[in-house]
Structures are given as structure tokens and as C-alpha cells.
Ligand binder design. Structure first.
Ligand code: 4NP
Length: 153
């Protein structure tokens, strides 16, 4: 079983979408996908209603997800840890104790050649359009991740 963790700040907007999108593209008997946030404000809550809605419009249900905080043990439990922006990257890397842990962490939009240092913008304080943009960016990134994992549906 390959284990992939999606990480953002709140674990209610971007990483729940990334989790749902990647799940929809892989064989879930071979690949386990989860998500977490570096901040703890929304623990136990459902994803943001706007993330649930944009996922639903794309035939993906993320309403069974519940927010949790990223924990140091996630470095042991997961093979790949994808973060959304540079701030997530530094927050997660601060908790890494070994080079092996550090090497598991990648910016999710860097999976695509030539798009280094691109960030998934935080849509929390914006409108619906922000969530559409986030969905498109994550859909493309997850397509690449699914291919790289070679367990496409
Ligand atoms: P996310 O967005 O990191 O994509 O889940 C945010 C959600 C909530 C907050 C910040 C970002 N917040 O400050 O509560």
C-alpha cells in the first residue's frame, strides 16, 4: 500500500479537495490518500462548503472527510507528503527530524515539469472562483501524481 498525504493550512479548503481528487484517479486498494492541516482551528469539522460544492460539481464526494492536524508521526506513516504552498512547506519541514522525512515532502504543483515554485493559492478568504481555480490546479497535479504512482484506474 502506497500512502499519500495532502497538507494545507486549515485542512478544510485545499487539501480535502486534493485528497478527494487523487482518490478519484487511483486504485484505492493499492493507494491510501489522506489529508491534514498544519493549523488546528478546524479539527473535527467538515471541509469548507465551497470545497464540497466544487468537488460535487465534478462528481467527487468529500463530505465524509473530517479535519485533522498534521502530526510528526505522519512522516513515518506516509510515503509522499504534498503541500500546497511555501508556507505549508516550511511549517512541515520544521517538524521533520531526518533527511528521509524531509525527502518525502514536495510542493504539489512541482510534480509538473517546468512549474517549479508554483503555489496553490489559499481560497479561504476569496469567492467561489478561487475554488474553481484551486480545483483545476489540483486536478492537473493529481493526474500527474496518479500517473507517477502507476496505479491509474
Ligand atoms: P486551507 O484554507 O489551508 O486551504 O484549508 C484555510 C482554511 C482556514 C484557514 C486558513 C486557510 N483559517 O485561518 O481558519
Amino acid at each position: 500500500m502506497v500512502k499519500v498525504l495532502m497538507v494545507c493550512l486549515g485542512n478544510i479548503c485545499r487539501s480535502p479537495l486534493a485528497e478527494g481528487i487523487l482518490r478519484s484517479k487511483v486504485d484505492q486498494s493499492n493507494i491510501f490518500v489522506d489529508s491534514a492541516g498544519t493549523g488546528g482551528w478546524h479539527i473535527g469539522e467538515l471541509p469548507d462548503a465551497r470545497s464540497i460544492e466544487i468537488a460535487k460539481q465534478n462528481q467527487i464526494n468529500i463530505s465524509d472527510q473530517r479535519c485533522r492536524k498534521f502530526k510528526v508521526n505522519d512522516f513515518e506513516d506516509f510515503d509522499f507528503i504534498y503541500v500546497m504552498d511555501r508556507s505549508n512547506l516550511s511549517d512541515v519541514l520544521l517538524l521533520a527530524k531526518t533527511e528521509t522525512h524531509r525527502n518525502k515532502v514536495k510542493m504539489i504543483l512541482n510534480v509538473k515539469e517546468g512549474e517549479r515554485a508554483m503555489e496553490v493559492p489559499d481560497p479561504y478568504y476569496g469567492g467561489e472562483r478561487g475554488f474553481e481555480k484551486v480545483f483545476i490546479l489540483l486536478d492537473e497535479a493529481c493526474e500527474h501524481i496518479a500517473k507517477s504512482l502507476s496505479y491509474e484506474k
